[in-house]
Design a binder for this molecule. Sequence first.
Ligand code: HEM
Length: 480
Amino acid sequence: MSIILYTALTALITYLLYTHIIHPLFLHPLHSIPPAHPTAALSSHWIYFHRRGGSQALSAITAAHARHGPIVRLSPTEISVATYAAAKIVYVDRGGFAKPKWWAEEFITFGVKNMVSMEGGVADKRHARRKRDHGSVYAKTALLGEGKLERIAKQVLGTLVERLDDLVEREEGTMDVFNFNGAVNADFVSAYLFGRAGSTSFVEKVVERDEYFRHHGLFLRGEDTETEGLTWLEKMAKRYCEAVEKEEKGENENAVVYMQLKSRGVEGDELASELLDHFIAGAEAPRTTLTYLQWELCRNPRIQGRLRQELQTLSPSNSSHVKVPNLKKLDTLPLLDAVLTETLRLYTPTPGPQHRITPPEGANIERHFIPGGTKISASLGVLHQREKVFSEAGSWKPERWITDDGKKLEEMRRWFWAFSKGSRTCVGKDFTLIVMKLIIFTIYARYSTEIVEDEKMAPTDRFLVQPEGEKLVLMFSKAF
Ligand code: HEM
């Protein structure tokens, strides 16, 4: 071998060794962060392998934190954090970090940016403006005090009770509740978004409901089915928007969110995209939450009984005439709040990494300096498994939320991230909580439930969790 060839080969091997092994392992600014897997500092293969097919790699990330502590390196340029203090820096302090472009764009519909698909962070003024465009429509004071939600509740809960009475009296009481729960929530949220003209009647119209959930499933599954699902969803949202536009002036004031955004100049595809996102969020995440909540109430009949007693203090009607309870009183029932919070903790609907990117100046997190442009995330489901905060974290224990220990309660609330925190916190949080409470009230004050079929209830490792079998069959009986 000639001396020139020998020198060139040695230089190449040295260069490759330096760039692929020595630099990432010993000199890269992230080198002191423990790798989730021995190869994670050298290549992205480990994390890509766990993320194949749309998986969120939640169990791999959970196991990595259990082995290596609160900060781990998932790939040469990506880290995961698992403490309240670190999550606060990423999502809350100084407006929180921006979303990486690829992640924000996952949520684009109609080819335009809605709030969730904006990158955010201090530099993104559009996101802050869009948040302001929503005004107070989703604020707790407006929801509990203005009577608009009560009017919707009267209608939707009336239909719910009719359906359940029929089920119990004429159909032996057995039903798969998974899509049914989605239906009730969809009817609520669509009425609030689009008013009477554009709202769904999924509780009654089973074929329409199943079509919606089927197409949303195609959209979520991604790849070859994504376009078919999205096209169908976009047509649906356009139809609802057109229905509001055709209404007489005055009538369309019931389209609370539509009219609010329109009054701020959000129009056309931008408006349709924003509302479609709220519709999907309002139907899907509570579908999962209520299904797991009902499952746990069936597995814990004593808690179901105590909850019924608590709900009956609000004097529900026992005829088919539905009485909407006082929303402020409903909101403060302690056991109702505890069962819902505990379900959102243990079966977090979006438990996987909420991806962000460090700002150009970098950040100090968990005693490491993280340079600008690093991919970083906390997984909400991992925060919720913190044993020191939530003892027996893997068990459903609603009573943990009913305690006189104010310090403990405050600590648990800090670590409760089901709706995220900071500038990107869920805009529909108070809406969905009060709607779910109304639905639980209406069902469990009047009926009791038992499990008929609960195979495959393990949560899927997807962005939006579902029970693996997408099914939970319950037997309903009249409780009084
Ligand atoms: C159980 C129910 C729900 C859960 C657990 C939930 C959870 C979340 C979480 C974790 C985020 C933050 C995502 C991120 O950082 O990228 C979020 C954002 C958001 N949610 Fe929800 N959500 C629920 C229901 C709803 C409902 C009913 C609506 C609308 C009516 C809604 C509308 C939104 C919007 C628009 C955002 C984006 C906020 C922003 O980017 O600033 N969600 N939600």
